[in-house]
Design a protein around this ligand. Sequence first.
Ligand code: Z5A
Length: 211
Amino acid sequence: MNQSMGRFITLEGTEGVGKSTNLQFIQSVLEQHQIDYQLTREPGGTPLAEEVRELLLANRDEIVADDAELLLVFAARAQHLEQVIRPALNNGRWVLCDRFTDATFAYQGGGRGLDTDFISRLESMVQRGLQPDLTILLDLPVEVGLARASQRAELDRFENEKLAFFEQVRSAYLARAAAEPDRFAVIDASGTLDQVQEQIRVVLEQFLQQS
Ligand code: Z5A
């Protein structure tokens, strides 16, 4: 590892897995270890990319073409990488990002059924080899996640998708984790919050020791 670079951690999962809840826990562990980190999210992370996020999540009468959705995701990502992620890592800061390109392979690839070779080509163009060092995947049966998330007042364009869509998203995530076991840590998110966070703590402590 280049010692001057920060480390890049991403958090992923399907609907209702507890990403927001556990993000706070990850932050607390990093802070206990006095890690200087930048918290960010995708789609979003810069003013322009946050505007793209709003475009992506808004419910609308017009049908959004799958390719348009994919290109918007990568447009936001290009801006986010340029303005936030690369500068932070180059300055030795760690980056903790709520979702990244694995979400594209899961939602646009798995959920929408887009060609993963095409997604890979966009990934190469926009990321130029940059990959997360650690990806924490919170995994949960889709029905359990949807039941947890159903408490929300208003559902966005993705949250309004059907069960089969989220099953495909989950399968795509698990396939990516199986293909890259060194980068991914798959967490069983079906237990109590304490049980989930204990698993996350173990993964982070191990990663911190290696970093
Ligand atoms: N998207 C995409 O399509 N392509 C891409 O490349 C990217 C994203 C990057 C927005 O993401 C959408 O963008 C996303 C995919 C798409 N759409 N969806 N769906 P987001 O990350 O902003 O949206 P989100 O998935 O809704 O994230 P979230 O708010 O962090 O969700 P969450 O995982 O459901 O987190 P939560 O609010 O912490 O947990 C849900 C509830 O469960 C809550 O009431 C908790 O108190 C409860 N909870 C949490 N843990 C537990 C445990 N252990 N037991 C019981 N209850 C629990």
